[in-house]
Design a protein around this ligand. Structure first.
Ligand SMILES: Nc1nc2c(c(=O)[nH]1)N[C@H]1C(S)=C(S)[C@@H](COP(=O)(O)O)O[C@H]1N2
Ligand SMILES: [Mo]
Length: 222
């Protein structure tokens, strides 16, 4: 299985995917308001939930930590490949953040342990022409994000949530977490990152979702 070859099978939630594509066409949940995180905690069009919903394409890879590794390629000076042991030998940090999903649920005060994205960037050393990332996952999912949006102290590769190893349904053993963007950018079961000079759409971005996905100005759709 190459990094480019999707592993999506017949288990895909076709109906959910069609529904979400239709939401993008309809502009569902758009309020037309822009809020500022300095003034409000809940972005426009969002509602608070206490539980932790599971959203994916219906394929949840069953990865032990020894099956998992993260590779980095494209416009970088160093082609990093981290096994679980390499990953756990990186600086570990606690994070607390709010989650905002484009399907309108938000969840406050999530506590995590993970490796700061800055550690991966330091190891990979992106070339000056690197401006965007394509993140690829073990379920065949992908999502694109500007380099500037991951080169921040609050972005990390998370392996522990609420004091326990991140469960399979939420992307364990390791997922990306980019708290200031809609949660579809936070790739579960992260597998590979390609640094790119030009932006390219990932899975949802090719289906009508925004290339950046900032919840405050409601960047839900393209
Ligand atoms: N690999 C992978 N990552 C993914 C997804 C997916 O289908 N596959 N779904 C995204 C979407 S649309 C959302 S809202 C969040 C949901 O994360 P959760 O299931 O932990 O709530 O994961 C994102 N990351
Ligand atoms: Mo989502």
């Amino acid at each position: 299985m190459s990094d480019d070859e999707p592993t999506l099978t017949g288990k895909i939630k076709d109906k959910l995917i069609r529904t979400k594509e239709q939401w993008a066409k309809d502009g569902r949940a758009l309020t037309g308001h822009t809020a500022r995180p300095e003034e409000e905690r809940l972005p426009p069009g969002q509602r608070l939930t206490q539980d932790f919903p599971v959203l994916d394409l219906g394929v949840q890879p069953n990865l032990s930590t020894s099956d998992w590794s993260l590779s980095v390629g494209g416009q970088v000076k160093n082609q990093v490949k981290w096994s679980w042991a390499d990953f756990m030998a990186q600086p570990q940090q606690e994070f607390v953040n709010d989650i905002h999903c484009v399907t309108t649920w938000s969840r406050y005060d999530n506590t995590w342990l993970g490796v700061p994205m800055k550690a991966l960037l330091a190891a990979a050393d992106p070339k000056p022409e690197a401006k965007f990332l394509m993140v690829k996952s073990f379920d065949g999912y992908s999502t694109n994000v500007p380099l500037a949006d991951v080169d921040r102290d609050d972005v990390f590769l998370g392996h522990t949530w609420s004091g326990k190893p991140l469960t399979r349904d939420h992307g364990g053993p390791v997922r990306l977490v980019i708290p200031h963007l809609y949660f579809w950018k936070s790739a579960k079961w992260i597998r590979h990152i390609t640094f790119m000079d030009k932006d390219q759409p990932g899975y949802w971005e090719a289906r009508g979702y925004h290339m950046r996905g900032d919840p405050w100005p409601e960047e839900r759709y393209s």
